[in-house]
Design a protein around this ligand. Sequence first.
Ligand code: FCB
Length: 439
Amino acid sequence: MIRRFPDGFWWGAATSAHQVEGGNRRNDWWRFEQRPGATRDGRTSGDACLHYQRFDEDWALAAADGHRMHRLSLEWSRIEPEPGCFDAAAIAHYHAVLGALRRRGLTPLVTLHHFTNPLWIADRGGWENPETIACFVAFARFCAREFGGEVDWWCTVNEPEVLAFRGWSEGIWPPGKHDDSLALLVIANQLEAHGRAYRAIHEADRADADGDGRAAIVGLAKHWVGLVPDRAWHPLDLARAWFEDRVFNHAVLEAPRTGRITLSIPGAGSVSRRVEGLAGSLDYLGLNVYTRWRVRATGATPHVASRGAALTDLGWEIAPRILEPALAAAAASAVPILITEHGFADAHDAFRPRALVESLLHLGHAIEGGASVIGYLHWSLLDNFEWNDGYLGRFGLYAVDFDDPARPRRPRRSARIFARIARENGIAADLAAEAGLAL
Ligand code: FCB
């Protein structure tokens, strides 16, 4: 064994409802996809992976591969399709999903907001509207009461900063706006919602699903991205990289610790808010980590990959070291860290085996250096609908054939490699060699 992980380390994978389930027309993403040009390959989520029907088969794959935890999301628009009206069939469905996970020995980690909003929320202005905060908190409370007997691990919101910038600054996700000051407001409203949902979930979920003495363990998932100046000598690149790192990474990490939301973008204003109940609102911090970008203050593209670097199918730099600075930045949160997403778009599994093992060696190194990491959930179990990239980004441990109406799954080599790491709770020398690492 060249690397062992702490006892009880949570190994598993992650999915999100809209990306895998298929067949839901009640959320803002579905509506947005119908616009010509919304996705890069012109495809809509459609039936996605048919996971709404085939969830138990998918849990069987994860369980057979030694996963112990699975991160999934509950689709708000299915559970509450109209304000205050809860859909009995959708509720029964998610009870079946959670029951099936448990029967397969997988501990669920449930995300309550993974980018999608019911149409009625979107039509009232979505996260721009401060009333969405109370609506979301009510939904969180409902779910904590309804599903608390099956769920202990909760993730309130996924990547508030990514949702805000993609939807309100770049305009490539719903609602398709270009307004940085609104993007800041959208981050702030989601962070406030997190703080209030944290308290609501703890009040409503008193049922300890696994008998370990804790009924609710609540966090959020923060997307941490490396942002470095492209030209280290260029004052404008330096300044832009600093400001972006501040608003995207550090300000979001700080808010649930301090209770204060302080966000600003030069030229676009700022938001400063103290939120009651937000301070100390993390029982764990979820970190989603993929890559790093070099930041340029001039020219057409502000974010470029390092020159000569190997890139994923989506053009993101393959950066196996990146988990280390991510964990260093998150250390200030002073709570246990769970890697809630990390992975690579690689349809042919050409570089994923090696990049995955190399990344996990860096993760192990960080843990040895004192990082308090309790688990690693790979993005993703299955290839799925990758938002505006349509079906171009293939992140699955299992490949899904989206041209076949039956959506067959096929294990990639990475699934086998990851399974062995999960089962052995460590990385064996021969496995690292098999993945292509020269030690
Ligand atoms: C993250 C999202 C997830 C998936 C991966 C590739 O930002 O949370 O849904 O799209 O990126």
